[in-house]
Design a protein around this ligand. Structure first.
Ligand SMILES: C[S@@+](CC[C@H](N)C(=O)[O-])C[C@H]1O[C@@H](n2cnc3c(N)ncnc32)[C@H](O)[C@@H]1O
Length: 415
């Protein structure tokens, strides 16, 4: 079976959107629950870790080895059989961990019963073993790494699906350290220019692209960022295998982007030509700026002035007005320069007070009138089938708890 569970990151809808775009038409989504998306792929993942490294919104990938009715009594036999078959005859002790996902009941109670019975069954089967769960809680990612479970042991994830329990053997884990390094160790940081988290940049690129995570990006696929800033989209694009091109109206930003690109190229030994960066107002682009039309555009525009408290209504109106004006003129200027169907994934400012969001108004309709189509980031049939809380707007939100400044992510294609 080529069925895999993709364990979703914190912003689950964005993670689902990324997967819907990446998995492609040959994959079949068979279930979506709050913490996981389960899909049958046309082929087994040959290099699951490499595939996962390309997905900003997925925390781990587990290969599904069994599916059962939603009865708790089915859990121990299913996991026991998998472990005894896989590790039969192993001379040294087996270290393993079990985590559960999307169960409505308390995890500790289920895990306690499961781990204790499982241990007995494994002893009876002649397998020396030790579970590494602490206090009958799910296993932390650091412990899975530390105990080398993916290489020498096993980490089992049990997911409560809508109709079944799914049992998965974890085959890849997100390398958080690498994302942190890319975010904090790059030389050209600048909070005033806005700092798109590398994971989000990766997700946005994947929402625009169509290459499944197990395949290489076709050579010379050009990704353009017209509001380059410190170059996060460009560095993540390079790492994914795109050729990149960037512009900004601020030379200081471009210098920082160049430093970050050089740092990334060296650190990851990328054998790619030095990308072209040019100084340009994105509201006045011409054919000279884009002699080659890009295959995809991924960008984050101005996020407004830094705020420590919720802006006054007149300030909010002014900031939204500026953003609306700039983005409208950007869409107008890029429209004749790109080919039909070219995707543009863009993040722009939204404010949040408590649980209420405030959006740039009247922009989407105007962009549509310019000859673009606003695309749902998650196909309607998927949102409907799995009851996903997608609101009337087609954009999806990226926010952190207690943050006033948030991002709204939209995808457009040129008609
Ligand atoms: C929020 S930053 C982009 C952050 C960037 N994606 C990152 O984290 O690496 C927005 C950038 O847009 C640039 N900008 C604002 N208005 C612009 C315009 N009209 N044309 C081109 N660049 C513009 C600013 O100079 C700034 O560098």
């Amino acid at each position: 079976m080529n069925t895999y569970a993709f364990i979703l990151g914190r912003k689950q809808l964005l993670s689902i959107a990324e997967l819907c775009s990446m998995l492609g038409p040959k994959a079949k989504i068979i279930d979506i629950v709050p913490e996981a998306l389960i899909a049958e792929l046309p082929e087994p993942l040959a290099h699951p870790q490499e595939s996962l490294d390309r997905l900003g919104g997925t925390i781990s990938i587990a290969e599904i080895f069994h599916q059962s009715k939603k009865e708790k009594s089915a859990i121990v036999p299913a996991v026991g059989e998998f472990l005894t078959t896989k590790f039969q005859g192993r001379p040294n002790k087996l270290n393993y961990g079990v985590s559960i996902s999307s169960f409505t009941e308390r995890h500790e109670e289920i895990l306690k019963k499961t781990l204790i019975s499982l241990k007995k069954d494994l002893v009876e089967a002649g397998l020396k073993s030790r579970f590494i769960n602490k206090n009958f809680k799910n296993v932390e990612t650091a412990a899975i790494h530390g105990e080398k479970l993916l290489k020498d042991g096993a980490h089992i994830t049990i997911i409560q699906g809508n109709h079944h329990y799914f049992y998965g053997n974890t085959v890849a884990l997100q390398n958080l350290e690498k994302y942190t390094q890319r975010d904090y160790e790059r030389p050209g940081r600048d909070p005033h220019l806005g700092m798109l988290p590398p994971k989000l940049a990766q997700m946005m690129i994947n929402m625009a692209g169509k290459t499944p995570p197990e395949e290489k990006i076709p050579e010379h696929t050009l990704l353009y960022d017209p509001f380059t800033g410190i170059g996060t989209v460009l560095t993540e694009g390079l790492l994914l295998g795109f050729d990149v091109l960037g512009s900004d109206l601020n030379q200081i930003a471009l210098d920082k982007a160049k430093k970050n690109i050089d740092w990334t190229t060296q650190k990851y030994n990328l054998l790619r030509p030095q990308p072209r960066l040019f100084l340009k107002d994105a509201t006045h682009l011409t054919k000279k700026d884009l002699p080659e039309s890009p295959a995809l555009i991924v960008t984050e525009s101005y996020l407004g002035p830094p705020v420590s408290q919720f802006p006054l209504p007149e300030n909010m109106r002014k900031t939204f007005g500026n953003i609306r004006e700039t983005l409208f003129r950007f869409f107008q200027s890029i429209r004749p320069l790109i080919k039909k169907g070219t995707p543009i994934v863009i993040s722009f400012l939204a404010y949040k007070r408590k649980d209420r969001f405030f959006f740039v108004e009247n922009l989407i309709e105007d962009v549509i009138n310019l000859g673009f189509r606003a695309e749902p980031l998650i196909p309607h049939e998927i949102s409907k089938k799995y009851g996903l809380k997608v609101y009337q707007r087609l954009g999806l939100i990226y926010d952190r708890p207690d943050q006033i400044v948030c991002r709204e992510i939209w995808k457009f294609t040129v008609l």
